[in-house]
Design a binder for this molecule. Structure first.
Ligand code: KG4
Ligand code: ZN
Length: 357
């Protein structure tokens, strides 16, 4: 390893060590794992000084889903601008930032690489430490921004486009995975259902909105049976849903879209809540949290609140705009990583399949 690289990394570790004792630590965080280029400045892991999200939805809508190559290119074009906007919206100068943070996985490799390269360059140019952040840890940490009083331990239902996890969070930055989907993620299932109903991308929020006007008892979908006590499965109900829709189409019947959306949403949400409640009861959980894009789902929020009320357990959910991908959640997670002394080496790479534990 070149000595200049070793010296830089040693200096960054030392700077990070000093930051542990600083009163107000400002972290500039960048998130580019999928189709949002997002940057934010976060103080002490809890306070949002700025949060800029540039969504690429319009670019991908034409294709009905995220096109990885288009996403990478769009991130390259937007990165600098979004970072500049986040810094100026925070009312500070780039030099005033104490540390940098970036999502390095999981996600699309080209998209992640754009953010990682951008922040490695900035770290070197500013001579400030860079903290690598797991995207899923970021989602969980969004709760620390919406609820400054929340402290671990808690149980978190993480539901996004790629994940349906039940995660115990005994302390900051510590995770025990106690349940997960054995096939599709909840968000993925919502997106597939949306496609059958000819709803435009991104499908999840559209199904949710349409479902508000529909009859959830219109179509009965099979309840999943999975071996793992706290595991999920959405592929069976998805296939049954697709088959029901195709059968109606073949008969020339018009799809009652609102009723179908409501039925599908109910099946997914019932299953999510049921396992989360079971896990909470059996593991001595005192506080429940939710995270990820699907935690913006209106029925899921209502149902989980009712379930937690019945258990006399507080429920923490990020505000809607912090449920989907953003830079603020990465800045929050980074703060707690920094307190543990974690700093990225200059060789930091994107890890598309990065796991939480
Ligand atoms: O967390 P996220 O922004 O990105 C990933 O890390 O995957 O989650 C995106 C997923 C998509 O599948 C999207 O359809 C789903 O979250 N989603 C929703 C809602 N809002 C976003 N699904 C159901 N209801 C919603 N309101
Ligand atoms: Zn996400």
């Amino acid at each position: 390893m070149p000595s200049s690289q070793t010296a830089f990394e040693a200096r960054m570790r030392e700077k990070a060590e000093q930051l542990k004792h600083k009163e107000n630590v400002r972290i500039l965080a960048l998130e580019t794992s999928c189709d949002e280029t997002a940057a934010a400045v976060i103080e002490n892991g809890r306070k949002i000084l700025s949060n800029i999200v540039f969504s690429q939805i319009d670019l991908h809508a034409l294709y009905g889903g995220v096109v990885p190559e288009i996403a990478s290119r769009a991130h390259v074009e937007a990165c600098d601008r979004v970072v500049d906007e986040a810094v100026s919206a925070a009312g500070i100068r780039l030099e005033d930032v104490d540390a940098l943070a970036v999502t390095y996985g999981p996600g699309l490799v080209g998209a992640l690489l754009t953010g990682v390269s951008c922040m490695k360059g900035l770290s070197y140019a500013l001579d400030k430490p860079l903290i690598p952040v797991n995207h899923i840890e970021g989602h969980i940490s969004a709760n620390f921004l919406s609820h400054p009083d929340l402290k671990p331990p808690f149980l978190c239902l993480v539901v996004s486009g790629g994940h349906s996890h039940l995660v115990q969070v005994p302390d900051y930055g510590e995770y025990h995975l106690i349940g997960q989907t054995v096939d599709d993620a909840a968000g993925e299932a919502f997106d597939k259902a949306a496609r059958v109903l000819s709803l435009p991308y991104p499908g999840g929020p559209r199904v949710d909105k349409l479902a508000e006007e529909g009859n959830p008892d219109y179509l009965h979908l099979p309840h999943p049976h999975v071996e793992g006590r706290y595991d999920y499965s959405f592929s069976g109900m998805k296939t049954a849903f697709l088959n029901a829709c195709h059968t109606m189409e073949m008969k020339g019947e018009e799809l009652p879209k609102a009723d179908l959306a409501a039925s599908f949403r109910k099946a997914v949400v019932d299953s999510l809540v049921e396992k989360a409640v079971l896990a909470a009861k059996e593991t001595g959980t005192r506080q429940m949290a939710m995270a990820g894009g699907v935690s913006a789902n209106r029925l899921l929020r209502r149902s989980m609140q009712e379930a937690c009320d019945r258990m006399h357990m507080p429920l923490y959910m990020p505000e809607i705009h912090l449920c989907t991908d953003n830079g603020a959640m990465i800045g929050s997670a980074a703060y707690y990583r920094l307190l543990k002394g974690e700093v990225a080496p200059l060789t930091l790479n994107a890890v598309p399949g990065l796991r939480l534990v």
